[in-house]
Design a protein around this ligand. Structure first.
Ligand SMILES: Cc1cc2nc3c(=O)[nH]c(=O)nc-3n(C[C@H](O)[C@H](O)[C@H](O)COP(=O)(O)OP(=O)(O)OC[C@H]3O[C@@H](n4cnc5c(N)ncnc54)[C@H](O)[C@@H]3O)c2cc1C
Length: 373
């Protein structure tokens, strides 16, 4: 067993941390208070290869690995989690092109995604279903040399400004993936959702009303794409776990900082045993989550990760993040609920992760079904 990051991975982490503190930190208010995505950051993210960390350089990727992707998402989320969501979404979309795309599709979509010139979104949730994608109602019907799409996708991250949507739809009764450019006739977007946390990801509905796309926009051939969805969601689970590690790190840092300055009689509250206990619990849970997440990334790089590994990692890390961020808030006393302190946003963001890429209930189902018996 080797628990060390490589020199390259360590250097990359430091580079991303510097970048996040300098370039991303000033965007926190734009995202959280205004609920707006700062488009001007895209070229800078692309220059840092943030949009294609594990992919081949011939498509503009960094040619690196999933451990590095994990480190980058952790560092971005430590500063502002919704920015990390945006980056992750680009990877979830791009990963489908890497695995299923033709050379032409990779050139047309993957390369501009890596270059930050195109934004992708990944769409399976619908008004009537999130947890059971087999129930999706969006349809694609063959008409001559085209497919015609009808349906509504819900809670789409990057939705308000994406150039290309990967739409999961029923084609001849089975799930297929269709590439839909968002400027096509019949395609429209609902209003931006005003939500609790992860603000600025510009979540919205996408509505398709007789959207006609050419047959070449089918990704990976007709049907059988439930497995592709599950595969994409295993990458998603890893990425979300990395965000949660970043959030927990930020919560611990804020709690330590606050407790060293807040006085009780003549002593900082940092010296109180009750605060020691909270900080120690936070540090321990952070460490356990971190290593579970790095292990999941390592297994992915070895090509041996399983749905169970990813579901265990996601379940533990996202639930733990809510506890750790709540304890960080407790250290702040009543000031923890004030928008003047970072912990208020960190706590709101942490709660969101129990609902994404499969709720905690769904992770438990995935794990339990795969237990040895
Ligand atoms: C911030 C954010 C970003 C998102 N981004 C995207 C995106 O980019 N693309 C996209 O397609 N979707 C996205 N989603 C949607 C997300 O994937 C769904 O919200 C999620 O799958 C849950 O679906 P639902 O909300 O419809 O809940 P439901 O499926 O209606 O579930 C309601 C409750 O019932 C429980 N439940 C349901 N079925 C079962 C079961 N079989 N066993 C046990 N319990 C069950 C759930 O755990 C939950 O507690 C996003 C959501 C959020 C919050």
């Amino acid at each position: 067993m080797n628990f060390n990051l490589t020199e390259q991975q360590e250097a990359f982490r430091k580079q991303v941390r510097r970048f996040a503190e300098k370039e991303i930190a000033p965007l926190v208010d734009i995202m959280d208070k205004n609920n707006t995505f700062p488009q001007e950051i895209r070229p800078k993210l692309a220059a840092m290869h943030m949009y294609g960390i594990p992919w081949e350089p011939k498509y503009g990727g960094a040619g690196s690995d999933h451990v590095s992707l994990t480190l980058a998402l952790e560092e971005l989320a430590r500063v502002i989690a919704p920015l990390s969501m945006h980056v992750q979404c680009q990877h979830t979309v791009g990963d489908r092109f890497v695995k299923l795309g033709t050379a032409e599709q990779k050139q047309e979509i993957l390369a501009p995604i890596c270059a930050g010139k195109k934004v992708g979104c990944f769409c399976f949730t619908e008004p009537d279903t999130g947890s059971n994608p087999k129930m999706i109602k969006t349809t694609a019907v063959e008409q001559g040399d085209s497919y015609v799409l009808n349906g509504t996708k819900r809670f789409v991250t990057n939705g308000r400004f994406a150039d290309v949507a990967l739409i999961f739809a029923k084609l001849e009764g089975d799930i297929s993936i269709l590439i839909v450019e968002t400027d096509r006739e019949g395609f429209s977007r609902g209003p931006k959702m005003d939500k609790l946390g992860l603000r600025g990801t510009e979540l919205c509905d996408l509505i398709m009303d007789n959207v006609r796309i050419p047959k070449k926009n089918l990704l990976g051939g007709k049907g059988g794409k439930f497995d592709a969805l599950k595969d994409a969601m295993t990458l998603g689970k890893l990425c979300l776990s990395a965000h949660c590690v970043g959030l927990m790190k930020a919560a611990l840092e804020e709690a330590i900082k606050y407790s060293m300055h807040r006085m009780h009689f003549d002593e900082p509250i940092f010296d109180l045993q009750a605060i020691h206990w909270l900080l120690a619990e936070m540090a321990s849970r952070l460490e356990a989550s971190r290593w579970l997440t790095y292990r999941a990334a390592f297994l992915k790089d070895q090509g041996v990760s399983t749905i169970k590994d990813m579901a265990i990692t996601k379940l533990f890390t996202t639930q733990t993040a809510v506890d750790v961020c709540r304890w960080g808030m407790q250290v702040h006393g009543a000031y923890g609920i004030s928008k003047e302190y970072k912990i208020e946003r960190i706590f709101r963001d942490a709660k969101m992760y129990e609902l994404l890429e499969g709720t905690s209930e769904i992770q438990r189902e995935l794990i339990a079904k795969r237990l040895p018996r």
